[in-house]
Design a protein around this ligand. Structure first.
Ligand SMILES: NC(=O)C1=CN([C@@H]2O[C@H](COP(=O)(O)OP(=O)(O)OC[C@H]3O[C@@H](n4cnc5c(N)ncnc54)[C@H](O)[C@@H]3O)[C@@H](O)[C@H]2O)C=CC1
Ligand SMILES: O=C([O-])CC(=O)C(=O)O
Length: 309
């Protein structure tokens, strides 16, 4: 198996590191446009192989797409991250051009690859990847809800004083500070609804802190986060290559599910060897559906901006 990660910055390198440590593939290509960075980070990671005991061969490439040939999965992390005070949406002007050209280059050498989009604004970049490549919809997966759901579990675990691994909790909708929807009504602690243990104020705080999770880290670090984003990308790669059919929230093309069409938005999907395989379409309550529709309207207006670039 072969995986390519495009963008050897903070998220791309962390994602590659997670993939190698788990030996998800025999060959891993790390590609970046900036001279030397991908080769350097690839070598640095290879120099952990003797210590960590993995056999994945990591190859760095400065924009030479021939090295990525026949990749099974490609993770796209190339593009600008936001700075404190910015929204993800403000990155659209620069990142749309990057994502479109990276997709074109990738498909020249790996026409059958499954593509995972991480670059922001992720929902719109996923829509752009889908519409500009014309690939079957199951092969384009946006990573956002996987990360947001993990952050939701972290916030819940802080209030419940429990292991995040014992929690089931999903965030649906867009991957934006105001567009994501943590579904606290449905969150459980080993099958027991978390709402039984949390006051209304605590629930409200958990939801709010989850929604601004990325912005909070950006303010603290000075650029956006990478450990959880990189691990989230690698978790999707793992479910694809091992055909695990795990259920993640991912940004995928909707065709009537959750009442939406002609848009890519975060919903629960199974992830396996064919990419995203099945949308789990369940009934939201009236408030949740209204929030989902509002989220869709905001993402759709960003998608419209693509026509003006
Ligand atoms: N969807 C999500 O949940 C998350 C998305 N992100 C997004 O991921 C992206 C990357 O973030 P970081 O890794 O922190 O940024 P970074 O600045 O550390 O790395 C980005 C890398 O992309 C490279 N690059 C730029 N144009 C390129 C091109 N045409 N071809 C190949 N490489 C190119 C740059 O040289 C740089 O090394 C940002 O857009 C950020 O907003 C970050 C975290 C989570
Ligand atoms: O906050 C950002 O800009 C990066 C991102 O998408 C996240 O960490 O959720």
């Amino acid at each position: 198996m072969k995986v390519t990660v495009v963008g050897a910055g903070a998220v791309g390198a962390t994602c590659a590191d997670n993939i190698a440590r788990k030996e998800l593939c025999s060959e891993l290509v790390l590609l970046d446009i900036k001279e030397g960075i991908a080769e350097g980070k690839a070598q640095d990671m290879m120099q952990t192989a003797a210590l960590l005991g993995f056999d994945t061969k990591i190859v760095g490439s400065t924009n030479d797409y021939s090295k990525t040939a026949d990749s099974d999965v490609v993770v796209i992390t190339s593009g600008l991250p936001r700075k404190p005070g910015m929204t993800r949406e403000e990155l659209i002007g620069v990142n749309a051009g990057i994502v479109k050209s990276v997709c074109e280059n990738i498909l020249k050498y790996s026409p059958d690859a499954i593509i995972i989009i991480i670059s922001n604004p992720m929902d719109t970049m996923t829509y752009l990847a889908l519409t500009s490549t014309g690939l079957p919809k199951n092969r384009i997966i946006g990573m956002g809800g996987t990360l947001d759901s993990s952050r939701f579990k972290y916030q819940l675990s802080q209030h419940l004083n429990c292991s995040p691994a014992d929690l089931n909790a999903v965030v649906v909708g867009g991957h934006g500070d105001t567009t994501m929807i943590p579904l606290i009504r449905l969150a459980t602690w080993n099958s027991v609804p978390v709402t039984k243990f949390l006051s209304a104020e605590q629930q409200e705080k958990i939801v709010k802190d989850t929604m601004v999770g990325g912005a909070t880290l950006t303010a603290l670090i000075g650029t956006s986060a990478w450990y959880a984003p990189g691990a989230s990308g690698a978790a999707l790669v793992e479910s694809i290559l091992r055909d695990e059919k795990k259920l993640f929230t991912c940004c995928v093309a909707l065709d009537g599910e959750y009442g939406q069409k002609d848009i890519c938005l975060g919903v629960p999907v199974t992830i396996g060897r064919n990419g995203w395989e099945k949308i789990v379409d369940f009934e939201l309550n009236a408030d949740e559906q209204a929030a989902f529709d509002k989220s869709a309207a905001a993402v759709r207006s960003m998608n419209d901006v693509l026509k003006t670039l």
